[in-house]
Ligand binder design. Structure first.
Ligand code: PMV
Length: 315
């Protein structure tokens, strides 16, 4: 029996601990891979036109809705690079990363699809090429990506990241536990990134630039708190970060509600994560028991899903 040729590519979600939005303007950010949520793309041969099958669309690749335009771009770039423009492919996307929730699902699908296509054609894929292709897709999805999502959904280590600079792997050895809560409402990264861009060009440009600088300072301090295993100070920095993000108008009613719930349940600090205006929030808990209590309160307050992430022994 003839073996079926199959290509596979994987990626995972990501969590930005501190620095979203400011990272687009050259400030540092701290983020880590979130392997509790995963993306898998499978590529096989088909006899007809190339097709794609995912949660949002199942049909011919060329007729995909505009929402998935960035995916079409990935396929086009990769197939052109591999000189396989007329290949008849069936692409299947399976994901446990909630879409448009600040967990990097758009970057993750671009990473997994690129990897699956190279794997299918038995060709080597350099990190540099992967990031270039994902950046092109993310420019369509987000407008002005920092590159953080592309890295974090494809790498295995937590990072201290500055756009366009050499990134720095971090070790997480914090005696604390992170809780992630999904508001169940889609985030609006593209709109939020565009609105921050408008603010820092507008009449209060200086004020908003200072806001971004302050987020950058918090990220630098947070790196020190992680190194010194100072969970209490990190929690405070997260809450300060949330105030600055709210001033940038990238939070939402649902995010604020879950963040206040986590605070009342005894979190050391809480903030939104990712692009905001919906999507997910994170809260720091002193230990697993407290994290479980916070998860319960978040669920009672309407969270669609919650996750627990141990901040110890990850490098
Ligand atoms: O919403 P997400 O998971 O795509 O994260 C966006 C993070 C931003 O800092 C707002 C944008 C970026 O490109 O870094």
């Amino acid at each position: 029996m003839e073996e079926i040729k199959i290509g596979r590519g994987f990626a995972h979600g990501k969590i930005i601990l501190m620095g979203e939005h400011a990272v687009v303007y050259g400030q540092p950010a701290i983020a880590f891979p979130f392997p509790a949520t995963k993306m898998e793309v499978t590529v096989t041969e088909t006899s007809g036109e190339p097709t794609i099958d995912c949660a949002f669309y199942s049909g011919v690749l060329a007729k995909m809705p505009e929402l998935l335009e960035s995916l079409r771009k990935v396929a086009e770039l990769v197939l052109t690079d591999l000189n396989q423009q007329s290949a008849k492919l069936k692409i299947k996307i399976e994901s446990s990363i909630p879409a448009e929730r600040g967990m990097g699902s758009s970057a993750a699908v671009a990473v997994a699809l690129t990897r699956a296509l190279y794997n299918y054609f038995g060709r080597k894929l350099s990190k540099k090429k992967l990031l270039t292709i994902v950046a092109a897709a993310e420019t369509i999805a987000h407008g002005n990506p920092s590159g953080l999502d592309a890295l974090m959904t494809s790498e295995e280590t937590p990072l201290y990241f500055i756009k366009g600079k050499e990134f720095c792997p971090l070790t997480l050895n914090l005696d604390a536990v992170l809780v992630v809560g999904d508001t169940g409402k889609t985030g609006q990264t593209k709109a939020a990134v565009a609105s921050v861009a408008e603010k820092i060009r507008g009449s209060k440009a200086e004020y908003y630039q200072k806001n971004l600088d302050n987020i950058g300072d918090l990220v630098k301090r947070s790196r020190g708190f992680l190194e010194k295993n100072d969970a209490a100070s990190l929690g405070k920095a997260m809450s300060e970060g949330q105030k600055l993000l709210k001033e940038l108008d990238v939070s939402s009613y649902e995010l604020d509600h879950l963040i206040e719930t986590a605070d009342s349940a005894g979190a050391l600090g809480a903030k939104l994560t990712g692009g905001g205006r919906g999507g997910c929030m994170i809260a720091l808990a002193s230990d697993r028991k407290k994290a479980e209590e916070i998860c319960l309160e978040l669920t009672l307050a309407g969270a669609r899903a919650t996750w627990i992430y141990e901040m110890r022994g990850i490098s």
